[in-house]
Design a protein around this ligand. Structure first.
Ligand code: MG
Ligand code: MG
Length: 259
């Protein structure tokens, strides 16, 4: 695990805030009738206007600036001709790179009117991310983050995807350690001050089982039920994590309690 300097953390914060503003720009456009490819173009233009590069484009050959995953798609969906329709939910995962560092955050948006149980999945998943962040304190352990998320969502009858996890971030998009969204309190590596990680619960309405689509990228739920995904980047500190990315700009566009 690499410990970051204050200077590293400020570079990561700059990337994290560009991602945060990009997601808020997208929040204005997520409506029935728009295609996922159009959203991808809006994001790429916006990222470049901020002097950054789309961090996902070309990463392991990924073709988009965004990963866009609709309904039963969990993560890693490829933007294209798919038209969003009323009642869909859409996970938008955005990455940047600037000055040799990366940004990476995600938000799941409602498209028009979404069923109450699915809106609740979104609300609970976002809340679970905040529970995970509360546990990301120096001296605690990786398992404290995962157990906080898992306990919270399982109380609502939702399930935690096991096959994909959060990660360290820095000069590489994915660094050590893995940050699972499940686990046991007091287990795993100790969190050092200055560790920078992406916490990203992927929470399913039904079964936790997932599979990969034949496109080689998109991960989908085994039972076809919806999945939600929220991600923020944090720097581990002594009493409270320093949250580098934010949903504040999205809340300004959509209003508080928009689920
Ligand atoms: Mg991400
Ligand atoms: Mg990530």
């Amino acid at each position: 695990m690499e410990i970051k300097s204050e200077e590293d953390i400020e570079h990561l914060r700059e990337n994290a805030l560009i991602v945060s503003r990009t997601l808020a720009e997208l929040a204005k456009h997520v409506k029935p009738g728009i295609t996922t490819g159009e959203l991808d173009k809006i994001a790429e233009d916006y990222i470049r206007s901020e002097g950054a590069l789309p961090g996902f484009k070309g990463y392991n050959g990924f073709p988009g600036a965004l990963c866009i995953s609709v309904n039963d798609e969990v993560v890693h969906g490829i933007p294209g001709n798919r038209v969003l329709k009323n009642g869909d939910i859409v996970s938008v995962d955005c990455g940047t790179s600037k000055d040799g560092y990366y940004g990476d955050s995600a938000y799941t948006f409602s498209v028009g009117e979404v069923k109450p149980e699915v809106r609740n999945l979104l609300k609970v998943t976002r809340e679970s991310l905040m529970k995970g962040i509360e546990a990301a304190v120096a001296g605690k352990r990786i398992g404290d983050i995962g157990s906080a998320i898992q306990e919270y969502v399982e109380n609502f009858g939702f399930s935690v995807v096991r096959d994909l996890v959060g990660h360290g971030i820095g000069r590489h998009l994915h660094e050590k350690p893995d940050v699972p969204n499940y686990g046991k309190r007091g287990t795993g590596s100790k969190l050092p001050e200055g560790l920078t990680i992406c916490i990203e619960p992927m929470i399913n309405l039904g079964t936790r089982s997932v599979f990969q689509n034949r496109d080689g990228w998109t991960i989908r739920t085994a039972d076809g039920k919806p999945s939600a995904h929220f991600e923020l980047t944090v720097a581990v500190k002594k009493e409270k994590a320093d949250v580098l990315s934010t949903f504040r700009y999205i809340d300004e566009v959509l209003g508080p309690d928009h689920f």
